[in-house]
Design a protein around this ligand. Structure first.
Ligand SMILES: Cc1ncc(COP(=O)(O)O)c(C=O)c1O
Length: 395
């Protein structure tokens, strides 16, 4: 009814398939159906007790007020130390902005850097907020396909061919949602070489880099000349199971940080004070739960990938990081959206159509294995049965 009265800039904004599928699954659950959830990218572990206790104490201690818009100094100091320890990047507190979630850091970064008509290169399939916010900012989304034969890593030569005089920003996401792929040091070196001497920034979304099964964390920001051109996006949701706390951050040149903060002041004033105190505990307290959780994800990954590979018409690569399996279903002859709908309604399994992450995701499904081993076994069995039925009726 009000469509014609809404601001034009909203036209670019999309929803997110994971939340849509969750809502559809919840509707079925409300009707009494049992659903196995593989759709939402959320750790199934609780926030560690020491972090919860720090949050509660901060509430009791009265940290219920506004605070510095850029983030409280103690948290920014803890982030600087953490980033040095894990990513080998030396950074100062004025280069860090604390945000209400990593997603807010993505939103602010794109809005601060991208003018209408400027191009932003991003991975396809990729996290849906990238293309959506690029369009919202008036920018032109320029997808680069992640190909299975390249282990879903960005092909830097293909990316190079997409750079024009209008390119403003390149988005990286390693380990990647939805493919679980990870960029190698040589990919990053090749990219750094391609943009050397050009006024192009890189937004490197590293939110899954603590959930890496092999190899070591690589950030493009450590390469010569890249720190000032890189905006690192990170957050507490995945590594510390703090999705609902809404805590993330960006690391960037201090001039960009000042402008991201300006946008934050105008939209959010600051990130929740007591949540930031809990964030200090997350970074400075015991880290063993992160390692234990990643080992559990590895066990689940092995089960889900083997189970998917055993199904007719399906092949699945081993994700290198994050907690998503991204099986290729082209051998079934079925469309991804058809399969996702059928599995939800006929088998009670909620997972995502790969094409909801971009056109290059057609022919794939995304399953989050941030769920119990029992659910994984039961879900695989249901998928297997339902697919057999679907394929035989399609013949
Ligand atoms: C690739 C990627 N980046 C960023 C985020 C944002 O996470 P949050 O806003 O919870 O920190 C997500 C969450 O799913 C993600 O998958």
């Amino acid at each position: 009814m009000f469509d014609h009265l809404l601001a034009n800039r909203l036209q670019g904004l999309a929803g997110e398939a994971a939340f849509k599928m969750l809502a559809a699954a919840n509707r079925l659950e409300a009707q009494g159906k049992k659903i196995i959830h593989f759709e939402i990218g959320e750790p199934d572990f609780p926030t560690a007790k020491n972090i919860v206790a720090a949050g509660k104490k901060a509430l009791d201690d009265g940290f219920t007020t506004y605070c510095q818009s850029q983030g409280i100094i103690k948290l920014r100091e803890a982030i600087a130390e953490h980033v040095f320890q894990y990513k080998g990047i030396k950074t100062e507190v004025d280069e860090i902005v604390v945000t209400p979630g990593g997603k807010a850091a993505i939103f602010y970064t794109i809005c601060v850097l991208v003018n209408p008509g400027e191009e932003v290169i991003y991975p396809n399939p990729g996290f849906p907020a990238y293309s959506s916010v690029i369009r919202y900012a008036g920018g032109i989304p320029v997808p680069v396909d992640l190909r299975e034969e390249n282990d879903f890593r960005l092909d830097i030569n293909e990316l190079k061919a997409k750079i024009t005089s209008k390119t403003k920003l390149i988005i990286l996401n390693s380990p990647s949602n939805p493919t679980g792929s990870a960029l190698t040091r040589s990919d990053l070196e090749a990219l750094a070489d391609v943009i050397k001497g050009k006024d192009i920034f890189v937004m490197s979304d590293e939110i899954y880099d603590r959930i890496l099964y092999d190899g070591k964390v690589e950030s493009i920001a450590v390469l010569p000349g890249m720190k000032d051109k890189t905006i690192i996006v990170d957050g507490f949701s995945k590594a510390y199971c703090m999705t609902g706390w809404r805590l993330g951050y960006g690391i960037m040149h201090k001039e960009i940080a000042q402008n991201v903060t300006r946008l934050l002041i105008n939209s959010n004033s600051c990130t929740t004070h007591f949540v930031q105190i809990a964030g200090i505990e997350a970074l400075t307290g015991p880290q063993d739960s992160v390692g234990r959780m990643t080992e559990e994800y590895r066990r689940r990954r092995d089960v889900i990938v083997d189970g998917l590979n055993a199904m007719d018409g399906i092949t699945c690569r081993n994700p290198k990081g994050a907690f998503y399996a991204f099986p290729n279903i082209t051998g079934t002859g079925l469309k991804s959206s058809q399969v996702a709908d059928y599995l939800l309604n006929e088998a009670g399994v909620a997972l995502l159509d790969g094409s909801s992450f971009g056109s290059a995701g057609e022919g794939y499904l995304r399953l989050s294995y941030a769920t119990s081993m029992d659910n994984i076994h039961a879900g695989l069995e249901k998928i297997q049965k339902a697919l057999r039925k679907m394929i035989s009726t399609a013949k």
